[in-house]
Design a protein around this ligand. Structure first.
Ligand code: ATP
Ligand SMILES: Cc1cn([C@H]2C[C@H](O)[C@@H](COP(=O)(O)O)O2)c(=O)[nH]c1=O
Length: 421
């Protein structure tokens, strides 16, 4: 067993060097900060725990219970949807389901901490809830042993158990970085289309999106007129600016996601990352075909495009602060080669105080990200920073704090400089 697991650890060598000796590593999203890393290794029952696991030891010592559930379904769409369904079911339970990533398997799931129920009582409660899915789940109970050791005991594996300790060191890169590409950020339309095709049996609306996409030219080119994208956090003034640019340039105004699929946006917003981000990504390719068609006739202004899709996707997936983001020039920051490029991407920047003032003066329904931007400072910082890390084309930052007319004037100057008009 040990040598099999050790072999499975080999691909992790580059990024998880010092942890190779452990059999598995649990990355737990315990709070709004960096993940907490717990190692699980085989150990004889008289081994001493040198690094007692935070969260688990105090909870078990106080009579509570802890279980981890990871989804091992081989198909990515059912796996993502099963995780989301489990999350909803566990959210309705007492206790806290903390998102969990198990390495090296990369299976995702939850650590369920229950302060008020004994391990046996919690197992009685969980069994019927999990029974229909057990074939795709790995469930482990955590037990307190002598000498304050905490053991991971997988359901259905007899007396097998693993010593749980605080990991010796955190991985050098955030554990979600390796799966960003292909799970949250899509490098080409085929990847996003593939995900939505797999969704058809579960989400009928995916067929609607794909049928619209089928009618679009696949590698459209822009015409000879300027194509300007406006990006920025919510309430930075994108709508105000794009409307004015439309009038000043006699341009066509488009937005991402495009109007033709926005009727399904709420449905996909409630789906897990893989599916939701594939929807937004394919939306950009549909917008690209609209840009191509319109830019044969008049300038085109676009309210959000690929930069928003990638920035929000990465910021949502990578927990903690800026230091956890993929390094500059990482492949997730590169513009997809098959996506029509604009001539200029304007990024509207604004202080948080002024942005909140503008949000309040508007008072409309918020998306999950909008609510997150208000409450969660690291999330907001990450989105802002991510806009700046996107490459080829990069964003050109424009201060959005002056009065409307001044912002528009500045952007018109930029357009003149960048678009040779
Ligand atoms: N330069 C400006 N000075 C003062 N207020 C402004 C300025 N630009 C826009 N506003 C006001 O700020 C609010 C938000 O602007 P707007 O709706 O254009 O932002 P947005 O970026 O499109 O937001 P969202 O992305 O959420 O749709 C509006 O009430 C708008 O009138
Ligand atoms: C295009 C796009 C948008 N979002 C999120 C980011 C914001 O919170 C809302 C804003 O949408 P609006 O139409 O500009 O009001 O949607 C996203 O997560 N991914 C995207 O690709």
């Amino acid at each position: 067993m040990q040598s099999q697991l050790a072999r499975a650890c080999v691909p992790m060598a580059a990024s998880y060097g010092r942890l190779l000796a452990t059999d598995s590593l649990l990355a737990v999203e315990a709070a709004d900060g960096d993940p907490l890393y717990l190692s699980c290794s085989p150990a004889s029952s008289d081994a001493l725990s040198r690094r007692p696991p935070p969260l688990l030891l105090p909870l078990l010592a106080a009579g509570g219970s802890a279980h981890s559930l990871t989804v091992s379904c081989p198909e990515r769409v059912p796996a993502a949807r099963l995780r989301a369904a489990l999350r909803r079911a566990l959210d309705a339970e007492e206790g806290r389901p903390l998102p969990l990533l198990s390495l090296p398997s990369r299976e995702r799931g939850f650590l369920l901490l229950q302060p008020r129920r004994s391990p046996a009582a919690q197992e009685r409660r969980l069994r019927p809830l999990l029974a229909p899915h057990l074939q795709h789940l790995r469930v482990c109970a955590y037990e307190l042993g002598s000498g304050s050791r905490v053991w991971q005991c997988p359901w259905g594996e007899g007396r097998a158990r693993w010593l749980v300790e605080k990991a010796v060191a955190a991985p050098e890169i955030h554990p979600s970085v390796p799966s960003l590409k292909g799970e949250a950020v899509f490098g080409c339309w085929k990847e996003a289309q593939g995900v939505l095709q797999e969704c058809i049996p579960f989400i009928p609306e995916a067929r609607g999106v794909l049928e619209l996409w089928d009618k679009c030219p696949k590698y459209p080119q822009k015409g000879n007129v300027p194509v300007i994208v406006v990006e920025g956090l919510d309430a930075t003034g994108k709508t105000t600016l794009t409307q004015s640019l439309k009038e000043s340039l006699r341009a066509v105004l488009l937005k991402s996601p495009p109007a033709c699929i926005s009727q399904w946006r709420k449905i996909f917003d409630n789906e897990p990352t893989l599916i939701r981000r594939a929807f937004y990504a394919l939306g950009n390719y549909i917008v690209a075909s609209e840009i191509a068609a319109e830019s044969t006739k008049s300038p085109v202004v676009v309210d959000r495009y690929w930069h928003s899709t990638a920035a929000y996707a990465i910021a949502t997936e990578i927990s903690g602060g800026l230091h956890n983001l993929p390094v500059r020039n990482h492949e997730v920051y590169q513009w997809p080669e098959d996506l029509l490029k604009p001539d200029l991407v304007v990024l509207l920047t604004l202080s948080q105080e002024e942005r909140v003032r503008r949000l309040q003066s508007r008072g409309i329904e918020k998306t999950k990200e909008e609510a997150e931007l208000e409450m969660n400072v690291p999330f907001r910082e990450k989105v802002e920073e991510l806009y700046k890390r996107m490459e080829n084309p990069r964003c050109v930052a424009v201060d959005a704090s002056p009065p409307r007319e001044a912002v528009i004037e500045n952007v018109l100057h930029l357009i003149k400089d960048h678009c040779l008009i």
